[in-house]
Design a protein around this ligand. Structure first.
Ligand code: ADP
Ligand code: AMP
Length: 215
């Protein structure tokens, strides 16, 4: 199963990808996670990406395209992959097509999560992430067993630097200008599976699985 999860910041791509990863036994590939790890480790790529991420802008296409091209060649992707947060521009989608042709692979579906702006802001401002293992939570909708502590590893839960009002506004703009056209791109390719992402986490997961079975 070769999947893309598409949707605005806070739509639930990461949350659903982790569940799909478990369900299908294929890896989630989050360009955001890979970039944040590079920033934390101060690699040359991380240093280059940081200013774009802090401002809520997209990182240049060539950086993320390179990341995904390499990642797709790793052995754990042999049975499939779930791309979370990539592609985010038409040139990235074109580059992905080229990589897949080279690998003799094809996309099975592009799941587009539909969530209204009010809910997106509520989800982003309440999002918390474990500093140690990266597991995601929400203070109201998916809280940890103990406040501020990861239920999986006991690590400290933190708010992402870019989950603040000003940056959220810029990220939404970037989504509408640069990423939203991909819905039409994949609709024309016959791959788009539009999913109502407004219900609870488990319900959204079920809707995705039912939609994938039918597609
Ligand atoms: P994305 O990867 O699309 O930016 P996330 O998966 O990180 O979004 O979800 C954003 C926040 O919303 C997280 O705090 C997550 O726990 C919460 N969340 C995800 N899906 C739902 C849902 N269906 N209902 C309520 N909250 C959700
Ligand atoms: P995310 O974790 O998916 O919300 O991504 C966080 C930030 O990483 C984004 O706001 C961008 O700055 C950067 N980023 C992640 N994926 C991409 C991508 N495919 N193209 C460009 N920038 C990206």
């Amino acid at each position: 199963m070769n999947l893309i999860l598409l949707g605005p910041p806070g739509a639930g791509k990461g949350t659903q990808s982790v569940l799909l990863e478990k369900h299908f036994g294929i890896p989630q590939i989050s360009t955001g996670d890979i970039l944040r790890a590079a920033v934390k480790a101060s690699t040359p790529m991380g240093v280059k990406a940081k200013s774009f991420m802090d401002a809520g802008n997209l990182v240049p296409d060539e950086v993320v395209v390179g990341i995904v091209r390499e990642r797709l060649q790793e052995s754990d992707c042999a049975n499939g992959f779930i791309l979370d947060g990539f592609p985010r521009t038409v040139p990235q989608a074109d580059a992905l097509n080229e990589s897949l042709v080279q690998l003799s692979r094809e996309l099975d579906a592009v799941v587009s999560l539909q969530v209204d702006i009010h809910a997106l802001v509520e989800r982003l401002t309440g999002r918390r992430t474990c500093k140690e293992c990266g597991k995601g939570y929400h203070v109201t909708f998916d809280p940890p067993a103990a406040d501020g502590t990861c239920s999986a590893c006991g690590g400290e839960l933190v708010q992402r630097d870019d989950d603040h009002e000003e940056t959220i506004r810029r990220r939404m703009q970037a989504y509408h200008q640069q990423t939203a056209p991909l819905e039409e791109y994949y609709r024309l390719a016959g791959l788009l599976l539009t999913v109502d992402g407004m219900s609870g986490i488990e319900d959204v997961q079920q809707t995705i699985l039912t939609g994938l079975q039918a597609s």
